[in-house]
Design a protein around this ligand. Sequence first.
Ligand SMILES: Nc1ncnc2c1ncn2[C@@H]1O[C@H](COP(=O)(O)OP(=O)(O)OP(=O)(O)O)[C@@H](O)[C@H]1O
Ligand SMILES: [Mg+2]
Length: 256
Amino acid sequence: MTATIDALPDLLSPVRFHQVGKTFGTGQKAVVALDGVDLEVSAGEFVCLLGASGCGKTTLLNLVAGLDRPTSGRIELNSSRPAVVFQEPALMPWLTAAGNVELPLRMAGVPKAQRRAKAAELLELVRLAGLGDKRPHELSGGMRQRVALARALASTTDSGDAGKPSLLLMDEPFSALDAITRDVLQGELLRIWRATGTAILFVTHDVREAVRLGQRVVLLSSRPGRVVRQWDVNDAPDAVDEINTALRKVISSHAA
Ligand SMILES: Nc1ncnc2c1ncn2[C@@H]1O[C@H](COP(=O)(O)OP(=O)(O)OP(=O)(O)O)[C@@H](O)[C@H]1O
Ligand SMILES: [Mg+2]
C-alpha cells in the first residue's frame, strides 16, 4: 500500500495508525525510525508515549502533524488540524504573547476583534491574563511554554474543522523546565485537557509524568520504534514501577 494520509469520517478516533513505517534515507545509510506502528487515539483521550532516546517518538508526532510522511502504512486522521507543542516554545520574538496566540487565528483569516477575544480567553485559560502585551524575552520559561500551549489550543479550536475532534501533540514540552514549574504545568495541562476535551498525544521520557498525565501509557521499542506495550493507567495508577522496568528493558536491549 502506498503511504497516504486519509481523512475518513470516524468521530471516535482523531488519529489511527495502520502499520506505519518511516525510513530516513536509502541504501546503506537508511535509518528505520518506525516500523509497523499500530496506534489509535480516541476522541478526548490523553495518551502518553514513552520510549528510549532515538526510538522515533518525535518522528511519530511529525507524521501526525503532517510535517513528514510515512514511508509505509497509513495514518487515518480525523481531527481538526493537529497542533504541536515542542520542547522549546518556539515563539515569534517580535510578537507579544497575545500576538503569538493570535497568529494561527490570523493565518486562518479570523477577523481582528474575534481573534483578540479568543487570544484573551486562551491566555486566561493558561493563567496568563494581563500578560498578553509582554514579549517572549520578558517571560519565564514556564510562562513561554504556557503561551505556546495557548497558541496550540488556538490552532486546534479555530482551524475551520468545527465538529471534528481536536488533537494536541506535545513533544516533551516540560522537560526543559525546573521540577516545580513542571509540576505546576502538569496540573495546569490536566485542568485544560478536562476543560477543552481535546485529545492529547504527549511524548515524554519521564515515567512519573506519563502516569500522572495519561489515561493510557504506550511504550515504544528502541529503534525501529513499534508499540511494545500499553498500560491503562486509569485502572493502575501505581503502574510506575512496572513501566519503569519495561522501559529499562527496552533501553538496555538498545544498548546491547
Ligand atoms: N530528518 C531526519 N533524517 C535522518 N534521520 C532522522 C531524521 N529525523 C530523525 N532521524 C533519525 O530517526 C531516529 C528517530 O529519531 P526521533 O527524533 O524520532 O527520536 P526520539 O524518540 O524523538 O528521540 P529523543 O527522545 O532523543 O527526542 C533517530 O535515529 C534519528 O537519528
Ligand atoms: Mg524527540
